[in-house]
Ligand binder design. Structure first.
Ligand SMILES: Nc1ncnc2c1ncn2[C@@H]1O[C@H](COP(=O)(O)OP(=O)(O)OP(=O)(O)O)[C@@H](O)[C@H]1O
Ligand SMILES: [Mg+2]
Length: 276
């Protein structure tokens, strides 16, 4: 896989951290990667990555971040994993901080400082990339600031490329009439879809290969886990982790179908408890 550093190898096979090295690149992820790379490399401006919770957005953003960091001669990148969307001022400051741009007192002065930086990078031949995770938290005021950043352009290219990733609530926000100015600037959308049963199996195989362990799940156990999760990777991994852990405690080499059932039931019981 592209641009994965050796020190990011997976040691916990079913970890739910957004480690890009742990990603099994499904067709849905590959298509998103293509669209985002196209938008960024051709300096087209804004692209939007959507997906339900646990579908792999942050992991994909980390992968892109590593990739662009590795191209520092041509790209200047900043990745905001949890941007401050509270006010336009806080938002602009958090972006400037990420690009290590000096702080100014007023919002206007800070925006000017940012604009100067963008122009400097452009004249040095650098492509500037802003990766924004958790973008479902963006309000209309902040969206308007983001839209204004897309006005920095030459005759042929945008000077700032923005990738915004967010849960499906972001799609609902973009559909609101007051946010249509930003929505109309989006060049490409990507939507991460749930894994198919075959992809879920390949994901588990990939995780086990990276952790250098044999696959501890028979197909029947995996099928059961898959059907209880609807193909959401984080949910599959969480149940796998519990079942695998239980098998280790009981000294079993493999996760039996009974252990898989137990892991699913364990989660169901907790969720029902919370609902009471
Ligand atoms: N295709 C995949 N292959 C391997 N692991 C995956 C895959 N997709 C997601 N995961 C794993 O699922 C977990 C959740 O992924 P991630 O945190 O990237 O999701 P997210 O879409 O950002 O969720 P949220 O909206 O809650 O922030 C991570 O451990 C990630 O490695
Ligand atoms: Mg995330």
């Amino acid at each position: 896989m592209e641009c994965i550093r050796a020190n990011m190898l997976v040691t916990t096979p079913f970890s739910v951290s957004p480690n890009p090295a742990a990603l099994f690149i499904t067709p849905s992820l590959r298509s998103a990667l293509h669209k985002i790379r196209y938008t960024v490399d051709n300096r087209q401006g804004l692209t939007c990555l959507l997906g339900d919770a646990g579908m792999g957005k942050s992991s994909l953003m980390r992968l892109l971040h590593l990739e662009y960091e590795g191209r520092e001669d041509e790209v200047t990148v900043a990745f905001l994993t949890d941007p401050d969307f509270n006010t336009p001022n806080a938002f602009v400051r958090s972006i400037c901080q990420a690009f290590e741009i000096p702080m100014r007192r007023s919002l206007q002065a800070q925006k000017t400082q940012f604009k100067d930086f963008i122009l400097e990078q452009a004249s040095a031949g650098k492509n500037m990339v802003l990766l924004l995770d958790e973008s479902q938290g963006m309000n209309s005021e902040v969206m308007e600031v983001l839209r204004s950043f897309l006005n920095f352009e030459s005759n042929t290219a945008k000077l700032l490329q923005i990738v915004m990733a967010g849960q499906l609530e972001l799609r609902n926000r973009l559909k609101m009439p007051r946010n249509k100015a930003l929505k109309s600037r989006i060049v490409m959308y990507s939507l991460l879809s749930p894994l198919t049963p075959a992809e879920a199996k390949s994901m588990i195989t990939h995780r086990c290969q990276m952790a250098e362990i044999p696959i501890p799940f028979p197909d029947t156990a995996l099928d059961l886990i898959y059907s209880s999760t609807g193909g959401v990777p984080r949910d599959i991994l969480r149940i796998c982790a519990y079942a695998y852990q239980t098998a280790q405690i009981t000294g079993d080499k493999n996760v039996s179908i009974e252990l898989a059932e137990q892991a699913i039931e364990h989660e169901r019981a907790i969720m029902d408890e919370e609902a009471v």
